[in-house]
Every structure is written in C-alpha cells, then in structure tokens.
Ligand binder design. Structure first.
Ligand code: BV8
Length: 268
C-alpha cells in the first residue's frame, strides 16, 4: 500500500519520466542480487577468504592466475545457474515501450551496466561498462572470444566448491586457441585498468544529453561510473535512486528491492 509520500514520489517521478527525452539506467550489482548473484560489498563480497575486489586486478592475475581464474570460474558457474529477475525484465519491457512509441515522442533509453554477469542481455541498447564474465581475451595476441563453456577449462572443474587454492599450472588454465601460446584472461575491466575507449565515447555522448538518470543497485563507490551521477545532476538532469538503502543524493528515491520498485516506477 503506497503511503502519501510514496504516491507523490511515484507520481512526481512518472511525470518526469514521461517528459524526459534521454533516459539512462546506470546499474550495479544490486540489479542482479534478486537473481542470487552476490553483490561486491554485501556479505557476498567475500570469496573464500578474499575481498572480491582484491582479486579483480592485473597484479592479482599476474601473481596467481590460478586463484583469479578459480574466482572467475566460480562466478561463471554461479551465474550460469541464474536467471534475469523482475528488475532486468522491467528494464527490457521499458525499452520495448520506448521503442514502440511514435517518433514524435523521440525518447531514447540506454542501459549502462557495471555488471559482468550478462543478465541484462535482453536489453538491446546495452553497454557493459566493465566487460563480461563470458568473454575471454588472450594476453598474448589480444584475441577476444565469447565463451560460456562450463567449465571453461577441465582443470577448473569442481574448484567452485572448494575453499582451497587449486594451484593449477598455467598450461592447464584457459589457453588461446588462436595463437596457441597465450594464457586467456576474463575480458573484464579490472581495477587500475582503463575502460574501453569506444565504450567511454558512448558513455560521454549519453551523459551529455541525459535528462533522467536511473541509478539502480549500485553503492556508487567505483569510479568512473560513480561519477556519472554528478555529471548528470550538475547539468540539471534528474536522478532517481533504486536501492535497498539510501545512497547519495537523488531527486527521487525508491527504497526497496529493485525487482519490486522498478516495475512499479517504470509502469511496466
Ligand atoms: C580506472 C569488473 C583509471 C571486474 C569492476 C587507487 C588506485 C587505482 C585506482 C583507483 C584508486 N582509487 C580509486 C581508483 C579508481 C578505481 C576505483 O573506483 N576504486 C574504488 C574501489 C575506490 N577504479 C578503477 O580502477 C577503474 N579504472 O579508474 O582507470 C586508472 C588507471 C590506472 C590507475 C588508476 C586509475 C576500473 C573500475 C572497474 C573495476 N571492475 N568489475 C569484476 O567484476 O570482477 S568493478 C565491480 O564493482 C563491479 O563491476 C561492480 O558492479 C562494481 C561496483 O560495485 P556495485 O555494482 O555498486 O556493487 P556493490 O556491491 O558495491 O553495491 C551493490 C548495491 O546494491 C548496494 O548499494 C546495495 O545496497 C544495493 N542492493 C543490494 N541488493 C539490492 C540492491 N539494490 C536494489 N535492489 C536490491 N535487491
């Protein structure tokens, strides 16, 4: 049952949603939480005894490629058993609604996700800011391939249920089939790595024209994505936060699981 304040927030938001021309959804790990994918900074932020973010670095991979591949293998295997949730569907349905509108309305909508789980793949206009668990890149030749193999290498099989390092020799970790001499890495953006230039160009273009930013399930800690909110608000764009807790400043706040709040707010 909506209280007076939530009704006015919802009504005010939906008026702005209707009037907005360029709507951007900036998504984080909370978007996939209701699919059972652990967030980074919640209780799921630990893998074995490691802080997930400490493994998502080039240095960790160089120092212990087996441990880092075990971490990504664990996440691949977990995500392969999950489904998109009501929040992913709400974004897809909203995109369909925008695309089916007459040209006069000329609203645009794009999803910028920090997530690498691929669960937003139903959305057409999608940018995976930090790459994908299901893409590999050769550290020698740079070849990039989609890969949903389970396991991605036989030696990784079963490590997802272990709490101990498997210390897999490099030659038994995922290897490049193209150059046949390179170790593969996950095609994700690790900490201290720059975002892909082409992706940055798209993001810049969208942030410059965005008049409504939906910020969904992100703690707003990781840059440069965390800086996108100020980029929009400082130009007078409106910001709507969808989170289970209050994070940062916003014109509209929808506190609760985004699988519940997003479909209602987007009217889908
Ligand atoms: C860069 C891919 C230039 C990998 C990820 C010092 C040295 C070096 C760099 C830095 C530094 N200080 C700062 C930096 C920059 C650094 C950074 O921001 N660090 C942070 C930790 C301070 N950023 C970078 O390094 C970036 N590159 O800056 O390049 C450069 C170059 C060289 C040297 C310096 C700089 C690259 C960042 C990309 C890192 N890669 N992912 C992988 O996934 O394995 S980031 C990773 O965190 C994920 O992508 C994740 O999405 C992202 C952000 O986290 P969130 O999505 O927000 O998730 P979180 O768990 O935090 O929050 C979940 C939220 O959901 C919570 O608010 C929760 O309340 C909410 N929630 C939960 N359930 C629900 C919900 N909401 C709604 N409904 C629910 N049901």
């Amino acid at each position: 049952m909506a209280t007076a304040s939530t009704t006015s927030t919802l009504e005010r938001f939906q008026k702005v949603l209707q009037a907005s021309k360029h709507i951007v959804a900036l998504c984080g790990a909370g978007l996939s939480a209701e699919s059972g994918v652990p967030t980074f900074r919640g209780k799921g932020g630990l893998w074995r005894t490691f802080d997930a973010t400490s493994l998502a670095t080039p240095r960790s991979f160089a120092a212990n490629p087996s441990r880092v591949w075990e971490f990504y293998h664990y996440r691949r295997e977990l995500v392969l058993k999950t489904e998109p949730n009501k929040a992913h569907k709400a974004l897809k349905d909203f995109e369909d609604k925008i695309l089916s509108q007459s040209k006069e309305k000329n609203q645009t909508f794009i999803v910028l996700t920090q997530n690498v789980d691929g669960l937003s793949s139903g959305t057409k206009n999608l940018v995976e800011i930090h790459g994908s668990l299901f893409r590999t890149r050769c550290i020698e030749c740079g070849d990039i391939q989609n890969n949903r193999d389970s396991p991605i290498a036989p030696a990784l099989k079963g490590t997802e249920t272990s709490n101990l390092d498997a210390n897999i020799p490099i030659e038994k970790l995922p290897q490049c089939l193209k150059c046949k001499k390179g170790l593969l890495r996950p095609d994700v953006i690790w900490f201290e790595e720059n975002l892909n230039e082409d992706i940055v160009k798209i993001i810049e273009f969208e942030l410059k024209r965005c008049d409504l930013l939906l910020v969904i399930g992100t703690s707003g800690i990781v840059y440069p994505a965390a800086g996108y909110v100020t980029r929009v608000s400082s130009r007078g764009g409106k910001v709507a936060q969808f989170n289970i807790e209050k994070v940062g400043k916003a014109d509209f706040e929808f506190i609760g699981p985004c699988g519940e709040t997003l479909p209602t707010a987007l009217g889908v």
